[in-house]
Write a new protein. Structure first.
Length: 242
C-alpha cells in the first residue's frame, strides 16, 4: 500500500483518524518511512496527523463552528496530498531495509509496546485538553483585549502569528481552547485558525526529530510549506467569512 500511487491519500486519511500529536507521531512516521520507496506517504501523514484527529475536529466544531472546522479539514487534507506529490517530484529516496524485522518474540514485544503506548496516549488526551483550557483562562485574564484587537487589524498579523506559534508546542486538541480565548480577545477566526494549525502542526521538537530520518532539504521544505500554508489559510478564511 505504501508504494502505491495513491499511498499519500491513504496515509493522509490515516493521519486524520489517529489520536496523535506532532511529537508522538514521529515513531509511527519513521516506521512508515522505512517501508516506502518514496517520502510522499510519510509527508502526507506528518501533515494531517497532528491537526486532523477526531478529537481536534470535534473541539474545533464546538468552539468555532462548522465553517472553520470544514476549512481546517479540507485545506489541511489538500495541503498534505499536494505537498506529498510535490515531494515525489523533488526528492528521490534511496532503498533501505524496513525497521521492523526479527523473530516472533520481538514482534510480540512490539505489539505489547504498541498497546501500552496507545493506552498512555488515550489517557493523556483529556489531560492536555484540560491544560489547554487552563492556559486559555489565563490568557483571557492576563492579555489586554486592546492588544489583540490592534493585532487583528493588521494584515501582517497572519505571518506574525505563524512565526510566533512555531516555538509554542501544544498537544493536539490543546490548541483549540487557547485559540478560542484569543478569538474572544479580538483575533479573527482565520487568525485563530492560523494559530491552531502552526502550534499543533509543527514545532521545534518535531523539526529536530524529522532531521533524524528525513533529508535536511525536505525538512526545510516541510517547515516553510507549513508556514506559508497556515498563513494563507488564515487570510482566505477571514476573506470568506467577512
Amino acid at each position: 500500500m505504501l508504494n502505491s500511487p495513491l499511498a499519500p491519500i491513504a496515509t493522509a486519511t490515516l493521519g486524520a483518524t489517529v489520536p496523535v500529536c506532532s511529537c508522538s507521531m514521529i515513531p509511527l512516521a519513521r516506521t512508515m518511512d522505512s517501508f516506502s520507496r518514496s517520502y510522499a506517504p510519510v509527508v502526507a501523514f506528518l501533515v494531517t496527523a497532528p491537526v486532523l484527529s477526531p478529537v481536534t475536529l470535534l473541539l474545533t466544531f464546538g468552539m468555532f463552528g462548522i465553517q472553520v472546522t470544514t476549512l481546517r479539514l479540507v485545506s489541511s487534507f489538500l495541503f498534505a496530498v499536494l505537498l506529498a506529490y510535490l515531494t515525489v517530484l523533488l526528492f528521490r529516496k534511496n532503498a533501505a531495509l524496513p525497521l521492523l524485522q526479527g523473530a516472533s518474540g520481538e514482534r510480540k514485544g512490539r505489539l505489547q509496546e504498541f498497546l501500552e503506548n496507545f493506552r498512555s496516549l488515550t489517557l493523556s488526551t483529556g489531560r492536555y485538553v484540560l491544560l489547554g483550557l487552563l492556559i486559555a483562562s489565563l490568557i483571557k485574564v492576563i492579555v489586554p483585549q486592546d492588544l489583540m484587537t490592534e493585532l487583528s487589524g493588521s494584515s501582517l498579523s497572519y505571518p506574525l502569528i505563524s512565526l510566533v506559534s512555531v516555538p509554542v508546542y501544544v498537544c493536539s486538541g490543546e490548541e483549540v481552547p487557547i485559540a478560542r480565548s484569543l478569538h474572544e480577545l479580538g483575533l479573527k477566526p482565520g487568525q485563530s485558525l492560523t494559530f491552531m494549525l502552526v502550534s499543533s502542526g509543527i514545532c521545534v521538537p518535531t523539526i529536530t526529530a524529522l532531521l533524524s530520518f528525513l533529508p535536511k532539504r525536505l525538512v526545510l521544505l516541510y517547515s516553510v510549506s507549513w508556514f506559508v500554508f497556515a498563513t494563507g489559510v488564515g487570510l482566505i478564511t477571514d476573506y470568506l467569512l467577512n
